[in-house]
Design a binder for this molecule. Structure first.
Ligand code: SF4
Length: 336
């Protein structure tokens, strides 16, 4: 029997414990995410529906050191625990928070989804597109069913989770990509959250042996400063220099439609420098024209080009038994 991520309070309200907001919800109300509800007697967790279901390359999550070149059945619901003004998929994430967000869902069960992965011979399932922590109990059901069928599991999250949700999902998760959107608490407050719970989620997933990669969207006027990107890179390095860091370019959208419309290459390269100075072994850049991205995996010991990628597609993989074939250095990741 799994623990519940909510508590019914003696005063007739309910407390949600899925994300770090820890909302207290009155009868017939919902939490800050707009998705978890309390009807006065029962707590209602989103489940059995998706806004999107597609087979993606693993590189799109992005995960570059977990089953490179393999496919992943990716699903998402609607809603999010944060309200980033630069959200790149706000039509899905802000349902329940912003009436302009109008993504709809269709019914699908955990069993149907896992069966689809089996039929299509897809080796992994990813909870992605919206924030999977707000439906953590259903995510856990899907991941457990997937494991029972020999299918790996991937969590793509903003990391603004409660310790209880991390404790529920970490043992069922094989790989995760967690956003680290800002290096300061002040930055996270602008997104409707806090920094420390995100750092705690990343550290705990790493401690529990989940293969981990971190993504930062570099947004002009928000986090395109050494203050943010040095703090992010040094935090990752404090856990392990082998954790890949994906530095992603922004394009103007949602509540930040103004200029500049794109992250400049200068800002992307400045963030890469922060990662280099922190000693990170694997730094990637994305959301750029493919010929401008750093998408290849290089051996951190001898510099050999090990994995070549173009536009999320694998062009070649020279890693042998998890090692560089030239110098024998171990390449961190899960390669089979
Ligand atoms: S998931 Fe987070 S935002 Fe949603 S109801 Fe629970 S505590 Fe509140």
């Amino acid at each position: 029997m799994r623990p519940s991520l909510y508590t019914l309070l003696p005063n007739g309200n309910a407390k949600c414990q899925a994300c770090a907001h820890q909302c207290v919800i009155k009868p017939d109300g919902h939490g800050s995410c707009g998705q978890r509800r309390f009807n006065g007697t029962s707590f209602i967790v989103p489940r059995d529906a998706v806004s999107g279901l597609a087979i993606d390359p693993m590189e799109k999550k992005p995960l570059y050191h977990f089953l490179p070149g393999k496919e992943v059945l990716s699903y998402g619901m609607v809603g999010c625990s944060l309200a980033c003004p630069f959200c790149q998929n706000w039509e899905i994430s802000q349902v329940g928070r912003d009436e302009r967000a109008d993504a709809t869902m269709r019914a699908v069960t955990a069993e149907e989804m896992v069966e689809l992965a089996v039929q299509r011979n897809v080796p992994a399932i990813a909870a992605t597109y919206n924030e999977p922590i707000i439906s953590a109990e259903w995510t856990a059901d899907i991941f457990e069913l997937a494991h029972n069928k020999g299918i790996r599991t991937v969590l793509v999250s903003n990391g603004f989770a409660s310790p209880e949700a991390v404790a529920l999902l970490a043992p069922l998760t094989d790989a995760a990509n967690i956003d680290l959107k800002a290096g300061t608490d002040d930055g996270y407050r602008k997104l409707g959250g806090h920094l420390q719970p995100v750092l705690d989620t990343i550290a705990e997933l790493h401690r529990q042996g989940v293969w981990l990669e971190v993504t930062t969207l570099v947004v002009p006027g928000f986090n395109n400063t050494p203050e943010h990107n040095t703090a992010i890179a040094e935090f990752i390095a404090s856990l392990s220099c082998d954790i890949p860091w994906h530095i992603s370019a922004y394009f103007s959208t949602y509540k930040m439609p103004s200029t500049p419309q794109f992250t400049s290459l200068i800002d992307i390269e400045a963030a890469v420098q922060c990662g280099n100075q922190a000693g990170l072994h694997y730094i990637y850049t994305g959301n750029l024209r493919p010929n401008l991205s750093h998408a290849d995996t290089l051996c951190p010991h001898c510099g050999k080009r090990l994995i070549q990628r173009f536009n999320y597609t694998l062009q070649g993989n020279a890693i042998k038994n998890g090692k560089c074939p030239d110098c024998g250095a171990i390449i961190a990741g899960v390669f089979d």
